[in-house]
Design a protein. Structure first.
Length: 286
């Protein structure tokens, strides 16, 4: 029985296709990420954590060397490579399926050469004009996110006529550019960009409209883990719930996204999310 009967069931060519939502574990090898910056900047610590994420049930471990938290400065190409590539090589050597979280074509190419199986580009090709062509040449699956600008300015770009319609229109434009550059449509997943150029209310509106975004015809990745809009929801007065105390709320969004047919969720805490997506799939199967 199809657990997503009556819902969109779409997978990415070139990756496993289990009858459930995939779980992507976050591995930030950065000093300044909003939730875990500095915890895995050391290669050995990063590799140990990546292996642990896999053991906890991650289908992919997403290695990123550049923080995209609001206000974060950009990282130079050489520094990004130095952070990311040793970790990718070591994880691949430990039989961990790796995706690379990058906005740079050169980093994507080097990571895939080191064994990464997917490129996760939060800019959807807008940050680096060479990205779409490079991914087309690499022939790997590609996650294309809704994006309006770099972290330093993205929260100044939250004006929408109607947020879901505008996100869908802009994602379609980015998707069309990727396909025109030669990327196989069957290898493209879309990410609505929760927390990127969106305020809290807009994030909730987009999440409530996943069915409309499925109409774009591609698998959806949903990345809510520990983000500010959850901290705002759970705030006590003016005190936001701290990032590392948002995991239970993240788990709720994981279960709901999986039940709504998401292809993949991207999370910091993998074990509970791996359980949740299996529950969602079984519930849907009846």
């Amino acid at each position: 029985m199809d657990p997503f009967a009556g819902r969109p069931r779409r997978w990415l060519d070139g990756l496993p296709q289990p009858p459930r939502c995939l779980v992507m574990g976050v591995l930030n090898v950065t000093p300044d990420s909003f939730s875990d910056g500095g915890r895995y900047a050391d290669v050995a610590a990063a590799v140990d954590h990546g292996v642990a994420l896999r053991e906890q049930g991650a289908d992919l471990v997403d290695v990123g060397g550049e923080s995209t938290r609001p206000g974060a400065p950009r990282v130079g190409e050489d520094e990004e490579h130095a952070r990311v590539l040793p970790v990718v090589r070591a994880l691949v050597g430990s039989s961990v399926p790796v995706s690379v979280d990058t906005m740079r074509a050169s980093t994507a190419a080097a990571a895939v050469a080191a064994g990464a199986v997917l490129v996760n580009d939060v800019s959807g090709g807008l940050a680096d004009p060479a990205m779409h062509h490079e991914v087309a040449q690499l022939g790997v699956p590609y996650v294309l996110m809704h994006w309006r600008g770099h972290s330093a300015t993205m929260q100044q770009r939250t004006a929408y006529d109607e947020v879901v319609t505008d996100v869908a229109t802009e994602l379609t434009r980015q998707r069309d550019a990727a396909v025109s550059a030669g990327i196989d449509p069957g290898r493209i997943a879309l990410d609505p960009g929760i927390g990127f150029a969106k305020n809290a209310a807009q994030n909730w509106t987009v999440l409530a409209a996943l069915d409309r975004l499925h109409e774009l015809g591609h698998p959806l990745l949903v990345a809510t883990s520990r983000k500010r809009f959850l901290g705002e929801l759970l705030a006590r007065g003016d005190d936001l719930r701290p990032p590392r105390e948002r995991d239970d709320a993240t788990l709720a969004t994981t279960a709901l996204a999986a039940a709504r047919g998401a292809w993949c969720v991207r999370v910091h805490t993998v074990g509970a999310s791996a359980d949740a997506v299996r529950v969602a799939a079984r519930w849907g199967a009846g």
